[in-house]
Design a protein around this ligand. Structure first.
Ligand SMILES: C[S@@+](CC[C@H](N)C(=O)[O-])C[C@H]1O[C@@H](n2cnc3c(N)ncnc32)[C@H](O)[C@@H]1O
Length: 202
């Protein structure tokens, strides 16, 4: 039997539960909206194309290059990132994964934040670089693009399945200066690295 007080407690409890569900739901909706709001970034693979050719191809497909400062991107607009000259910014819903430039690895979908380490490292062509944690290969192929395939990139990953993706991406990107190695970087003999000038591990 519920007393008057316990009935009140029961309903208070329910009310708290319902409001926490509503709050969780709001949080979920807010999260979905913020993910949908994020722009898409496409890095031009300089091993297969160049920025002006990619811009021209998108223009032909009805995309319009606009100034980064013009605010929120319209559906078919895109802009050049103000910091990264080989990175293009698109509307969050731009259907880039079905675009031929993506399928042929002329562009690589890579978030702006992920593009920054290799851009800041900026190894000149002819460098010897070790990518310690390379799969799926976004930064590895970006480094190859920056180095114009000149020099060497030794790309380690210890996860067999992710390593397979790395090899595929490296091949598709035409990154011939990359040697993928399936291994735990921590087990690699330091002697091996005597030529290394740059390392990148993210
Ligand atoms: C966040 S992902 C790297 C993303 C990659 N740099 C890119 O830009 O595409 C981390 C990777 O590090 C690998 N990894 C973690 N510890 C490692 C180790 N000790 N040796 C080799 N690979 C390792 C994981 O298997 C995973 O594939």
């Amino acid at each position: 039997m519920l007393t008057g007080l316990s009935i009140l407690q029961f309903f208070l409890c329910k009310a708290t539960y319902i409001s926490s569900c509503l709050f969780a739901n709001d949080l979920f909706i807010a999260t979905v909206i913020s993910v949908v709001d994020l722009p898409k970034y496409a890095r031009v693979n300089l091993l297969k194309s160049d920025v002006s050719l990619v811009i021209a191809a998108f223009n032909e497909d009805g995309y319009l290059l606009c100034d980064e400062r013009c605010g929120a991107l319209e559906h078919n607009n895109f802009s050049i990132d103000p910091i990264l000259p080989d990175v293009l910014k698109f509307h969050p819903l731009a259907p880039l994964t079905t675009h031929p430039l993506y399928r042929d690895s002329h562009i690589i979908l890579q978030d702006k934040a992920s593009c920054l380490p290799a851009y800041l490292l900026a190894p000149p062509p002819g460098s010897n670089v070790v990518d310690c944690c390379a799969a799926p290969g976004n930064k590895t192929t970006q480094l190859a693009s920056i180095m114009r395939n000149k020099g060497s990139i030794t790309a380690f990953d210890k996860d067999r399945r992710r390593f397979a993706v790395l090899r595929k991406r490296v091949r598709e990107a035409g990154a011939t200066c990359v040697s993928p190695i399936l291994s735990d970087i921590l087990k690699v003999c330091p002697r091996y690295c005597h030529l290394i000038l740059y390392t990148e591990a993210t």
